[in-house]
Design a protein around this ligand. Structure first.
Ligand code: ADP
Ligand code: ADP
Length: 226
């Protein structure tokens, strides 16, 4: 479980777009932080900087006191869940969940054990031999979560993981992710443009607009205006 510090980080893309400006944030262990804001406000860019998929233009980023700016993505103890699931269509559910561990040269038995555990947590045991196209949207999203869980990472980054689901399934998966967090307690940063998701899931909410942080607080502090 990781503790994060973003110290004044900014992202200026090559085309001179300032996507994120002087972002300051401390995330405590086991927190579930939600970034909320309209499309284009810099949420994904911030996640990508934390994951190491984008360079940080200015500022410093620490995990558990270690400066991370120049640490390659594969060496960060971070698991990411994407909006589009990014499942490999030619692989089974088992293989999809196992892939990241295989890349990291985990022993076969350990991979099987971890995938089995994740499948049990997510109710995916009956589907391990299926290909993604033979799954429902909710099941696919569970596989994407499973791929993150098996990594046993210190930090989860979730980029609008529910926005491709219909509203009923969204509500259900929201509750499942909240339950998962209660169980695993992995520090999580979750990006969404949906205020309801933020209110129901977050320990603290970061409201962003035009690359700037507008407000940081608990759901009560942010939305319960007198
Ligand atoms: P959000 O996730 O909140 O929708 P993004 O972080 O994707 O916002 O984008 C923030 C800003 O940075 C937007 O103005 C977007 O157009 C711009 N942007 C995002 N990615 C790139 C890129 N690779 N090159 C140039 N500009 C980008
Ligand atoms: P990791 O354990 O590093 O998360 P993944 O198997 O999730 O390993 O993915 C490795 C890389 O391949 C990531 O950068 C991810 O975005 C990308 N990736 C994963 N699935 C797909 C896919 N179906 N199509 C294209 N790229 C993918």
């Amino acid at each position: 479980m990781a503790k994060l510090v973003l110290e004044n980080i900014s992202k200026i893309y090559d085309n001179n777009v300032t996507a994120v400006s002087n972002f300051d944030l401390q995330v405590e262990e086991q927190e579930f932080i939600v970034f909320v804001g309209p499309s284009g406000c810099g949420k994904s860019t911030t996640l990508r900087m934390i994951a190491g998929l984008e360079d940080i233009s200015k500022g410093d980023f620490y995990i558990d006191g270690k400066r991370m700016n120049d640490v390659p993505p594969k060496e960060r103890d971070i698991a990411m869940v994407f909006q589009n699931y990014a499942l490999y269509p030619h692989m089974t559910v088992f293989e999809n969940m196992a892939f990241g561990l295989k890349l990291r040269k985990f022993p076969k038995a350990e991979i099987a054990e971890r995938v089995k555990n994740a499948a049990e947590i997510l109710g995916l045991e009956p589907y391990l031999d299926r290909k993604p196209k033979a799954l429902s949207g909710g099941q696919r999203q569970r596989v994407a979560l499973g791929r993150a869980i098996v990594r046993d990472a210190n930090l989860f980054l979730m980029d609008e993981p529910l926005s491709n689901l219909d509203s009923k399934l969204r509500v259900q998966m929201r509750a499942e992710i909240a339950k998962l967090h209660l169980r695993l307690k992995t520090t999580t940063i979750y990006v969404t443009h949906d205020q309801t998701e933020a209110m129901t899931m977050a320990s603290r909410i970061v409201i962003m607009k035009d690359g700037l942080v507008q407000q940081i607080g608990t759901p009560k502090e942010v939305y319960d205006k007198p």
